[in-house]
Design a protein around this ligand. Sequence first.
Ligand SMILES: Cc1cc2nc3c(=O)[nH]c(=O)nc-3n(C[C@H](O)[C@H](O)[C@H](O)COP(=O)(O)OP(=O)(O)OC[C@H]3O[C@@H](n4cnc5c(N)ncnc54)[C@H](O)[C@@H]3O)c2cc1C
Ligand code: FES
Ligand code: FES
Length: 1257
Amino acid sequence: TKYGCGIGGCGACTVMISRYDPISKKILHHPANSCLLPICSLYGSAVTTVEGVGSTKTKLHPIQKRLANCHGSQCGFCTPGMVMSMYSLLRNHPEPTMEQITAALDGNLCRCTGYRPIIDSYRPFSAECCPMKGTGGCCLDKEGSISCSHEGDRVLNLYLFPSQRVAKQMQKKTLVFHGPRTTWISPASLWELLELKANYPNAPLVVGNTSMVLEMKMEGVYHPLILYPARIPELNAVCYTENGIVIGAACHLAQLREILITVVSEQPEEKTKVYRTLLKQLKTLAGEQIRSLASLGGHIVSRGSTWDLNPVLAVGKSILNLESTGGTLQIPLNDQFLTRMQNADLRPNEVIVSILIPFSQKDDFVSAFRQADRRKNALSVVNSGMRVLFKPNTDIIADMSIFYGGIGPTTVSARKSCQKLIGRHWNEQMLDDACRLIVGEIVLSPSAVGGKVEYRRTLLVSFLFRFYLEVLQELKKMKTQSKIERFSIKQDVDPGQPPQDPVGRPIMHQSGIKHTTGEATYCDDMNPVDGELSMAVVTSTRAHAKIISIDVSEALKVPGVVDVVTARDIPGENGTEDERVYADHEVIYVGHIICGVVAETYEQAKKATEKVKIRYEDLEPILTIKDAIKHNSYFGEEKKVEKGNVEEAFKTANQIIEGEIHVGGQLHFYLETDSVFVIPRKEDQEMDVYVGTQYATAVQNTVALALNVPSSRIMCHTRRVGGAFGGKTTKPPFFAAAAAVAANKTGRPVRFILHRQDDMFIPGGRHPLLGKYKIGFMNDGRIIAADLEFYTNAGCTPDESVLVIEYVVLKSDNAYDIPNFRSRGRACKTNLPSNTAFRGFGFPQSGLTAETWIAAVASKTHLPHDKVREMNMYKGASATPYKQDFDASSLTRCWKECLEKSEYYSRKTASEEFNKQNYWKKKGIAIIPMKFSVGFYVTYYHQAAALVHIYLDGSVLVAHGGIELGQGINTKMLQIASHELKLPLSYLHLSETSTVTVPNAVVTAGSIGADVNGKAVQNACQILRKRLEPIIKENPQGKWEDWIQAAHQQSISLSATGFFKVYVTNMDWMKEEGNPFPYYVFGVACSEVEIDCLTGDHKNIRTDIVMDACFSINPAVDIGQIEGGFIQGLGLYTMEEIKFSPEGEQYTLGPDTYKIPAVCDVPEQLRIYLLPNTRNPMAIYSSKGMGEAGVFMGSTVFFAIRDAVAAVRKERGLSENFTLDSPLTIERIRMACADDFTAMIPKDKPGTYKPWAIDIE
Ligand SMILES: Cc1cc2nc3c(=O)[nH]c(=O)nc-3n(C[C@H](O)[C@H](O)[C@H](O)COP(=O)(O)OP(=O)(O)OC[C@H]3O[C@@H](n4cnc5c(N)ncnc54)[C@H](O)[C@@H]3O)c2cc1C
Ligand code: FES
Ligand code: FES
């Protein structure tokens, strides 16, 4: 079981809870986020973790086997949670539907796989899916893999549950738990609860803890006494009355769903309109884990402004049944209750026992709406419940109520507007008046927390219009069903290749099984060691300031605190001139590490960080690109490449357009946060550093310099990393040095695991970019001149920002051959987190700029976008603006193949037809080509080493300098070793990457980890094989073990180092030319989407990607990289938005505020094709590096949305020459589809108010 966020947002910590249910007299199972579970609530329950489902030592569960076999794990950090969500589902529904399977995964995030293989691996558990059902086999099982078996032992009874007799007994007893600060009481009867409430009115009732936990964890709220009413029968009872159903307040939301499903199926439709509306909201409310924990009573009482059920319960005129020692009382769940008016609220000694949700009436119309940043598992931006009652057999409004959430701190009612509409006919005039009334009544300040002010105002009327239409047309709800397609991974290998040779075959990830059983260990899974301390850091609260003083005296008094470490404790070098381990005199961003507190536990250390007092003297910060340009604040010089004569070409162009695009940054959000564990050795100042990094050599050097010891004393070890994506390159060395200094000072081991919140704002992410363009083109669409200018927001230290802007410039042509081309770029120095490497390294931003100016030319010339792209693409023998020659014929092949596979033209026609028929929904489709370069322009970055040992029993240990980040490098290395040594994989083992076995390894990055390390492994294996050749010749029929014994007896070394310098590259910036990249990867993708013009929501319908992977060493791994990259790109371009306050403080600090794609975002059809019959003579076995190229393919979704928006704008007579910034969020989509509703929204003049957030790009 893993820990990914601590706030219920990622699902990594999912476990299954089993309890005895006194009402059904059964043991019930449900998934739960263990990070939210109070330990006392588990008394009498069984908790099953992934370790209890199956293991390599006992027996694997079919879920685990399938997930590993279907390549459903990459870094593996999310995998235990994925297994547990599925396992809990199967416990309750042995033959689930596909909809249930995808819903079960709603609450689980994966940053690596793109979800498709996870869904595919679970598909056979659904009776709907497998055409081989009943045969005992499964359509997805491949040769040599384990059958999933639809029948039989899919669910193992491994957990131990207290016998039902014990469980029943426990129901009757009051349970009291005393902790050092808090007492927890779980009363067994309602009366006992009421007495406790009378005596301790301030004690909260905790049921699911999903709301309370946030108060306690994030806001530090402390309760000396907590009451747990979940075992009280009255609070769990469900009964039917003639007015409606009465549901116990402790019923959790998943139970509520089951109850409502039953009632809806049993009662006449007219009575269940409110219930059906609640069911609609429950589908998208949080993930299954939260739905299984959160109670109806807790939901109602906590009353978050964006809670989705309250507006529906309110319009449904629900009644709260309260009890206290003084008696019973009914209060309505209405606007006064929701806005917490004293006379309409519970008194402190009262509890909600149950809730009456009345039946609806014949002339009632009820509906609800919610729009969130992500379709599922995301709090609403705005939600609403609406109800209208007509006078019998008329369209005259007899009663009406509308509630909105997400506008202000509580759910609000449009009571006055509704009152004024009573007596009106349901027609357009009424709608128009209703909109104006509501916009006047429901006011949102321009500085409102959460921003998106105009968008939120627009949703008020968009939802109302939707309701108007629904009522008018009595629209049936759309059935949302996951249609994510199955998919197969194939690559033809040479028919002569021996079956044991794994190269070119889809071999399972080396750690796949261990990922699924939880046996794969990450840094924080290491067992505690003697004397170990935990570290938490104090970070700057100012964007730019001098440090006047640091007072740690109060922090040192916190029990358990051992020491506080600052820059003064560093015996050697404090990082570099540009980037410090601990800030010394100045802080340069909010998040700058100032000191580290080490204590016996993390909680003690964290608590003490709040006691450290820092005095600052504020300095002027620079936060935005605009500010940086104004203040001439840059890192490095301007970088430029130019070819042809741009100015002359502009003179001959038929037309010229100019524009700019703002591309937002992106946070890495690897599931395993930055992690270090340093253990000082007793002798010679040696230290072991266990670290999650892509660059162990840099960690070793930075630690050695900080401690002022030779590098030979620092041993870095990395077994695997729970996702990195570039983000664990330059920052872990500083984290490791911070921990090492603390270990050095205290002489004790120090564990430094960044909490998710810290990990979101301390290390930085992808560079936000401003791209300006001036394009000269002919009326037939040919572009003859491009003048581009780029600025990135690099943040506060240079990090790799100069290199990133160089790549932005070098890659800014994407796939287009523009005869006169100039591209320039600068990295802006600001007081924001220092941005760093991120998968694609600048290309995703500059590529998007290229496609934006291509789209602008197409719009201006009124030509199809695909035609303009095709006509300007590189073809055949080509040269880049920096004069690197390359052959673009694979690009053309990818383009043709993608057009064909995606059925682009027929679907384009179909989408245009759909758009003619639909005014409020539009489809869009886009096909985009890509030229992606791998590697570095510095030759020495293309070296690698490996060390291969053969032991006397014939087993082989392979070590190399690359690091397993989830990208499957270790699997590929073993395949290479197996091929070269002509030895089955079962003989080979790969343990960890360490600076002890392979020194001075370069960073694992740039998509070439497998290229360079593969060559080194190949070299070492070939050396060994050569040494063995005479022995094999002497005894050709002998076994491997015989040969090894013989070699040993002949004193032949069975250990070899492999070394390789793979590619020679260069770039001369003075001459603006060079051969900076070893080779290019070509790809083309086509995506189709559907947008909702009223809310800005979009649905990903289908994506086809054709990638020129040449001969893939492992097609499963490479396709996994393409899919994972694509989904990460989809996140970058359409959802992931980083928000900063006007003071430079980052708001987006966890999965609650920063939305990465979830399972609901995977296109219903996602198909990846590897271009057949291509070769890359430069790389090992003619392969290509696939690690990063997929990201840019996500831009096809961006341009498909753009296509849909263009259709809207064309229909409405709006300008078709428009630019959309990235990410293309719900807000941007909605506001681009301007209409009467957006026009009626009040607009605030910039400069007249302080915005909640600023634009930094
Ligand atoms: C990750 C995450 C995602 C979420 N996503 C969504 C979402 O998409 N949509 C949405 O609507 N909500 C969402 N929520 C919020 C969720 O709906 C609420 O947190 C939940 O309903 C609260 O129920 P609980 O049982 O956990 O309450 P608790 O946290 O246990 O208690 C909350 C409050 O209710 C009081 N209380 C509980 N029961 C009673 C009672 N019977 N009588 C009197 N007082 C009582 C407690 O004293 C406490 O003050 C999300 C929450 C999380 C953590
Ligand atoms: S760690 Fe529990 S949900 Fe993220
Ligand atoms: S495999 Fe899912 S987060 Fe890495």
